[in-house]
Ligand binder design. Sequence first.
Ligand SMILES: *Cc1c(COP(=O)(O)O)cnc(C)c1O
Length: 389
Amino acid sequence: MTDDLNKSQLKIETLLAQAGSRWDTRTGAVSMPIYQTATFGHPALGQSTGFDYTRSSNPTRSALEDLLARLENGARGFAFSSGLAAIDTLMHIFAPGDRVIVSEDIYGGTFRLFEKVLRPLGIITVPVDTSDINAVRAAIDPSVKGLFVESPTNPMLKVADLPALAALSKAQGWTFIVDNTFLTPFFQRPLDIGADVSVYSGTKYLSGHNDVLAGAIVVKDPVLAERIAFLQNAVGAVLAPQDSWLLLRGLKTLPLRLRRQEESALKISRWLMDQRWVTKVHYPGLSTHSGHARLQAQAGGFGGMISFEVCRIDMVKTALERVKVFIFAESLGGVESLITYPPVQTHADISPAERARLGITDRLLRLSIGVEDAGDLIADLEQAFNGAV
Ligand SMILES: *Cc1c(COP(=O)(O)O)cnc(C)c1O
């Protein structure tokens, strides 16, 4: 019952399967205990067990944060109460007057945080098509201090050239941040290909069961990690002990879930390509997708997210009422398959004109593929959409 495994030599599947195990050396608990306590007693004046107050640190959260750092060779990992709480805390590294270049078809809630909360405070985000490095170069300016990229993006699944953007960021002295929610460290490790920070909505694939809200940050440089540790405690949007345990529990099966989700997503996107009522399919695993080769070079998989366009807008409402296996809901990355209507749900805060420019039309639907039988999922789409044509 010792922690003498050389963890740096273990494969990611092994680290994940034993998430939180071998931590409690006193009892040997195989599952990480939930330390449901707000504060910790001190042995004496000037002494501490290493834990003082749960906002600063908590053993259940620490087990999770250590694992997150280890998964992508980071200096430190940090867990937050939601993905947006993580992103908001992270953005405190910037000061009024700083500009940050951001992917233009970013998650709707991140866009709202940047535009409606941070911009009035003087942190100016500059949206560009980050899948085009020339567009990023065109935004170079002395006041730019960071680059915040989502790849693949949501819901258009555009892929950015992360190594090239890392080189550009380094040359410019920018902090390079990657929102890695869609692929997770199992498929893509941004810090290994030159990013400074990776950030997650742990609500999605990391936890994977549509049952907890969580966020995470992993940082490469120890000095920046110290700053994030300060901000995590000072801002206070930390992940609670019970939710930290749920995330540890979900992480154990991340490779199994993702492989299955990817396999089904490929089958479903190929099937969609053959349907007469489908006009476009966006799935990076298809060899016809614009980001296919790039993702193959810089990641270990294509993920489980698909978006597609139907031929007529009136089909959307009918089909959303007819689905029986897919659940009509926002969010993604869980074991249950979800169907989402981005213009009304996830991307309602983006103006209609801007949505049209980004390709988020009123005929676009998004699928998050779960772990159900792929045949059942296809049959469900077939009955829902053929009944709506
Ligand atoms: C959901 C999501 C977020 C926000 O995370 P919450 O946990 O909902 O706060 C950020 N980025 C991406 C890519 C997301 O999908």
